[in-house]
Design a protein around this ligand. Structure first.
Ligand code: NAP
Length: 346
């Protein structure tokens, strides 16, 4: 495994040095650069020698915490998936070789309370982007962030690139539309357009509304005496979790191929919320049963179907696989949360 990682690194570094030597710095435009994945992808592309542009929508508070460390190294362009002209302007300005669409309304509960807005961002926004590419820069490569939520209530487990889509929430429906529009633009207009069907992926930059982060943060807070307990939903719910840094590496690799294609990006294994809790509290030497209580309002309507990705295609086709194990990821996040909370209290 380490040999393979080293080989990948050598290939990356070689590409960087070749691009730099012949003055061919690649240009990439990232939508959703202020999000978890966008910020990790920007980190990766900068180390690969890219000139990176990030599309950021206007907000009164300047929501750039996740990319503050990149100040001066990425070029921020103002734009919104709701606004076709702003997308065309951004593409015309950046002249990107690669466009990564990571922007979306990405929280499932909000997709039930704001289904129309979710469709505008997550579905129609992709139509706007594809049409902007077709008109302004048809030779640019395009990555669309699909989601395992397109499978919803799947016929089979694990799921592959050929598993039928049966989304069961407005977010999944919007992602299914975006996925098929991307495939259709590839077929109809011969664009290099590909979809990564990612399963849940986590990192220290993950929003605290997601259960993985909620648990690691709670373990750190309780250890530091900042909280006395945490309420969770179904501890038997299982997820296919991987590290966001691994996921963005897969996205980048998908964009370096001869032909565009769609891939499942996952860890290929599931763990229960109970395992997550045991592991996170174990990292801080606490007995989780004394601190965790169950709140049925956090239960999801149907947890019976197992969402788990089969990663044979990307493993064999692109030589990609996750480098972070589940335990390693939990440890990384608990350590990060402990340090961040400790620093904040100084
Ligand atoms: P995230 O942290 O929620 O980030 C979403 C990004 O989209 C933010 O930068 C947000 O900007 C931007 N955005 C939202 N609406 C926009 C609009 N109308 N115009 C322009 N930008 C807009 O999401 P993530 O975890 O990085 O996920 C990246 C992508 O992968 C998303 O498409 C998500 O649906 C998909 N995905 C994620 C996972 C996962 O586990 N993380 C799994 C499957 C699929 P603001 O900062 O202004 O809000």
């Amino acid at each position: 495994m380490l040999d393979r990682i080293k080989t990948e690194e050598v290939v990356y570094n070689l590409q960087v040095s070749i691009h730099t030597q012949v003055g061919m710095m690649k240009r990439a435009l990232i939508t959703g650069i202020t999000g978890q994945d966008g910020s990790y992808l920007a980190d990766l592309l900068l180390t690969q020698g890219y000139r990176v542009f990030g599309l950021v929508r206007r907000s009164s508070s300047g929501n750039v915490d996740r990319i503050s460390h990149l100040s001066g190294t990425v070029e921020i362009l103002s734009g919104d998936l709701l606004d076709q002209c702003s997308l065309m302007d951004a593409i015309a300005h950046a002249q990107p070789d690669e466009i990564y669409n990571l922007a979306s309304q990405s929280y499932i509960p909000t997709s039930w309370t704001q289904p129309a807005l979710t469709a505008e961002y997550t579905a129609i926004g992709v139509s706007r982007l594809l049409e902007s590419i077709r008109r302004c820069k048809p030779d640019a490569r395009f990555y669309q962030a699909s989601s395992s939520e397109v499978f919803g209530q799947p016929d089979e487990s694990p799921q592959t690139e050929r598993t039928a889509f049966r989304p069961r929430n407005p977010y999944g429906v919007a992602k299914a539309y975006a996925h098929w529009m991307t495939v259709n633009y590839r077929q109809q207009y011969d664009l290099y357009a590909c979809c990564g069907i990612t399963y849940t992926h986590e990192s220290p930059r993950r929003g605290s509304e997601f259960v993985f982060r909620k648990v690691t943060r709670a373990a750190a807070e309780i250890k530091l005496g900042l909280a006395t307990g945490v309420k969770l939903g179904n501890l038997d719910a299982e997820r296919d979790w991987c590290y966001a840094g691994d996921a963005v590496r897969a996205m980048w690799m998908m964009m370096q191929q001869e032909q565009a294609d769609d891939y499942v990006i996952a860890s290929g294994e599931t763990h229960s919320v109970r395992e997550l809790v045991e592991c996170a509290f174990g990292c801080v030497d606490l007995d989780w049963e004394q601190y965790v209580s169950i709140d049925p309002t956090f239960y999801r309507p149907d947890e019976s179907i197992k969402l788990i990705g089969k990663i044979d295609k990307i493993r064999h086709g692109l030589n990609w696989e996750p480098q972070y194990s589940f335990e390693h990821l939990v440890e990384l996040m608990v350590d990060h949360d402990l340090k961040a909370l400790h620093d904040r209290s100084l």
